[in-house]
Design a protein around this ligand. Structure first.
Ligand SMILES: [Zn+2]
Length: 372
């Protein structure tokens, strides 16, 4: 039986429509539809589920009130709760304001999204404000702030990741500006890490941004860069995306979750993989799985990849933002989408293809210890 002192509230993402004796609950967050038979009393109750009234108060109001009405209200509430149509907090905006008025206002729409994640049951937290706090307490490192990492960093800054460290050795060139969202003409010649950090500080005054202008030539160059990070996103591509990804993974292993953005070229973008030590397949498993395609692991390269692949901002931005979304999920304690999974988006047919990356039992890096 629902707690009569509780103040039930429909999820904000749910709209309700009536068709005679049927109520249709349409969830705008995932497009699910649920139908229930109803009478005028139930219709009245549903309208009153706004988090301001107790079950007893709703019973007194619905259809003019009846002595046993609260019991029927409790029954309706119990069904809606079981169907996941109620919010887990009665007054979300009051919870949001606990972050401070300025932050509550800044993050308003995102907090409402986070609240729906909580209401959906995707987080052990009940309030969207708790997910925002997790982001504020987190440190993210973005390796490479070019066509991919610039978008990642911008999205993480907007989302409110508390400390963002940017690592890049390059300087802004004119050919970057079509797709590297953090830079303008005034930044030409400026170290990318510095220009990007300045832009991110403009975007969100509530976060700290640190720039590290450094060329990465091995995992050892990253030891202090990734130190203390809650997540590292690889978006660097020199000397090759796979080389840098290997170094990033080595520097992060076995403590730090990392997302392997390994690039975009022409109309293909690579999504993930997310590597969460102890939980998912590792980079060696990814390489073993993907590099064996077409028997390539046994072949000699005759004509290799060109230095400058075709690219444009609309496409690199989509890939970068998907990686940022994955990073936000991990930092907020939500389930990742790209663990044990290699995804590729092909922008021409606009399709995402993905394959499972099995965790190899005999993997020297992540393999499970043999049974005693
Ligand atoms: Zn492995």
């Amino acid at each position: 039986m629902a707690d009569t002192a509780s103040r039930p509230r429909l999820r904000d993402s749910v709209i309700v429509q009536a068709d005679g004796g049927t109520l249709l609950f349409l969830c705008l967050a995932d497009r699910t539809v649920k139908r229930f038979a109803c009478d005028e009393f139930v219709k009245d109750v549903v309208v009153l589920l706004d988090g301001t009234r107790t079950i007893a108060e709703i019973g007194a109001l619905a259809c003019g009130g009846r002595p046993d009405a609260w019991e029927r209200v409790a029954e309706v509430v119990q069904i809606l709760e079981r169907e996941g149509l109620l919010s887990r907090v009665a007054a979300p905006e009051r919870e949001f304001r606990l972050l401070g008025t300025a932050r509550a206002e800044f993050y308003d729409r995102q907090l409402r999204l986070f609240q729906d994640f909580c209401d959906q049951g995707w987080s052990p937290e009940t309030s969207g404000a708790a997910l925002q706090r997790r982001l504020a307490d987190a440190t993210a490192v973005v390796c490479g702030v070019g066509g991919l990492g610039g978008w990642v960093a911008l999205a993480l800054a907007g989302a409110g990741v508390g400390r963002i460290r940017l690592c890049d050795f390059d300087r802004v060139e004119v050919s970057n500006l079509t797709r590297q969202v953090l830079f303008g003409m005034a930044d030409l010649g400026v170290p990318k890490a510095d220009a990007a950090a300045a832009r991110l500080r403009e975007v969100n005054p509530f976060i700290e941004v640190e720039a590290v202008a450094r060329r990465i030539g091995g995992a050892g160059d990253l030891a202090d860069v990734v130190k203390g990070a809650d997540i590292v996103i690889n978006a660097a591509d020199l000397p090759t995306p796979n080389d840098v990804a290997g170094w990033v993974s080595e520097a992060c292993w076995p403590d730090i979750p990392h997302i392997m953005g390994t690039g975009y070229a022409y109309h293909i973008g690579v999504l993930g993989t997310s590597i969460i030590p102890g939980r998912t397949a590792c980079w060696a498993c990814v390489r073993a799985e993907t590099f064996a395609d077409h028997g390539r692991d046994g072949m000699e390269t005759v004509v290799g990849k060109r230095d400058k692949a075709g690219a444009m901002g609309a496409l690199s931005g989509l890939v970068g933002n998907i990686l940022a979304w994955e990073a936000v999920r991990i930092l907020a304690g939500l389930p990742p989408a790209l663990g044990d999974r290699w995804g590729e988006v092909d922008f021409w047919p606009l399709e995402i293809r993905s394959r499972t990356i099995p965790q190899r039992p005999d993997c020297p890096t992540c393999g499970l210890p043999p049974n005693p």
